[in-house]
Ligand binder design. Structure first.
Ligand code: ACO
Length: 402
């Protein structure tokens, strides 16, 4: 056990809170979550209303600037972003260097880090115009980078962005279009992806966002701070869960669709066996984002011709879990990732791209939180304390005498 007196350092009391379950790292005016009631609001607006009526770029503006844009502001914002979608030709060559079977997430974070080498005129965190420029550059270029990371793994040529298209249309065309044939952009696909991006746009101090803030608190530039967030999101307990859900569902189907056996293995805590897409640090109720995705999953999958077998399996699994004491006692409900993978798959994305799509959605949140952190006079460099549990002082023993 720990000696409590060790918790008293020379500078006062040190709290020990593994995983920061009860420790606030910051004040923030961006996103409100009530985990017990299942409420999520961006800048005061309920996620359900934004999902119903807004667009991803409008929500991005709201998160970053704090207010909904006027029609004029929105136009200017969308058109400015549409003019920054191209990548430097030298940066495009990066994609050649990665192995063909590279996972697109580290490709994404590497390319975002590299933005700070190509766009050195927008790196100063304390010059407002530079922060504006890096904000616009990131929002405009991440879809291009994301599409290229997909093309790379498919061994397909990279398409230039078409700036007459909207952000989501452009991303879909760069992901799925071919230079020789005009790509028909399905408006239902655009609407569905735009909705999913809105649902992922911010989620207060989650692992990747806290990472972006922590890196940024050292006054690292916005590009490299966001790259660090992308790497955090890659983890299967965070953004990687949407990919893991589909693997889990496929595994259950391949073993004959035996849900009861799978749930038993989860409850027995077999190493590595979790009900992926279930549980959340903050929500002890149905994740409001999962509720929206579930409501729309049926119609989206019907439109796109998705995998009904896996959707049925997911629904059965949810039903079994929600009526099982193990999950009830622990307040484990589906999170946003439980149904999104099925939709992404129906859209034609390979499962390795799912977390990349999450990153596209989360980008405005990372940017808004980094900017809030940089502009907050209370910000200090993030530097947690520790409780040391190692040896006391001991004398060095030369190698020949050990
Ligand atoms: N399946 C089975 N049991 C679970 C699950 C799950 N998905 N999630 C939590 N539990 C159990 C734990 O084993 C623990 O049980 P115990 O008290 O008997 O030891 C109890 O519920 C509490 O769980 P913790 O691990 O303490 O919860 P924590 O807040 O640390 O973890 C997390 C939250 C990481 C999301 C966890 O629920 C999990 O691993 N879920 C699966 C992965 C996932 O879906 N991640 C996506 C998160 S949302 C997002 O990033 C968009």
């Amino acid at each position: 056990g720990l000696n409590i007196s060790k918790l008293l350092s020379t500078t006062g009391m040190v709290t020990l809170d593994p995983g920061y379950t009860n420790t606030g790292s910051t004040t923030s005016a961006i996103t409100y979550i009530d985990g017990d009631a299942g409420i999520l609001r961006y800048r005061g607006y309920p996620i359900e209303q934004l999902a119903e009526s807004s667009s991803f770029l409008e929500v991005s503006y709201l998160l970053i600037y704090g207010e909904l844009p006027t029609a004029e502001q929105l136009d200017a914002w969308v058109s400015r972003i549409s003019r920054h979608t191209l990548l430097h030709e030298d940066l495009k060559r990066f994609f050649d260097g990665f192995p063909r079977d590279a996972h697109p997430m580290p490709v994404l974070s590497s390319a975002v880090s590299a933005l700070s080498t190509f766009y050195q005129d927008s790196l100063d965190p304390f010059v407002a115009e530079q922060v504006e420029l890096s904000t616009v550059r990131l929002l405009a270029k991440l879809p291009t980078i994301a599409a290229y990371s997909h093309r790379k793994t498919m061994g397909q040529p990279l398409l230039y962005p078409d700036n007459s298209l909207g952000l989501v249309e452009n991303f879909l065309r760069m992901s799925f279009g071919f230079p020789v044939e005009p790509y028909e952009i399905d408006p239902k696909l655009v609407k569905a992806l735009d909705l999913l991006l809105i649902l992922h746009a911010d989620h207060e101090q989650n692992c990747s966002t806290s990472t972006v803030r922590l890196v940024g608190s050292a006054h690292a530039n916005l590009f490299v701070s966001v790259a660090a967030g992308i790497n955090a999101l890659f983890g299967p307990l965070h953004g990687g869960a949407n990919e893991a859900v589909l693997q889990m569902l496929g595994g259950i189907r391949d073993s004959g669709g035996d849900i009861a056996t799978f749930v038993r293995r989860v409850k027995d805590k077999e190493p590595g066996v979790k009900l992926m897409g279930f549980g959340h640090r903050v929500y002890k109720n149905y994740d409001p984002r999962a509720a929206i995705v579930k409501r729309t999953a049926d119609s989206i999958l019907a439109d796109l011709g998705g995998d009904d077998q896996l959707l049925d399996l997911a629904k059965q699994l949810e039903e079994v879990a929600l009526s099982d004491d193990y999950f009830i006692e622990r307040k484990l409900y589906p999170n946003v990732d439980f149904y999104t993978g099925l939709i992404y798959k129906a859209m034609g994305f390979p499962s390795r791209m799912f977390t990349v799509l999450f990153a596209l959605g989360r980008l405005p949140g990372w940017i808004a939180q980094w900017r809030e952190m940089i502009n907050d006079p209370a910000t200090k460099i993030g530097r947690p304390r520790q409780v040391y549990t190692g040896h006391g002082e001991r004398a060095f023993v030369p190698v020949g005498e050990r």
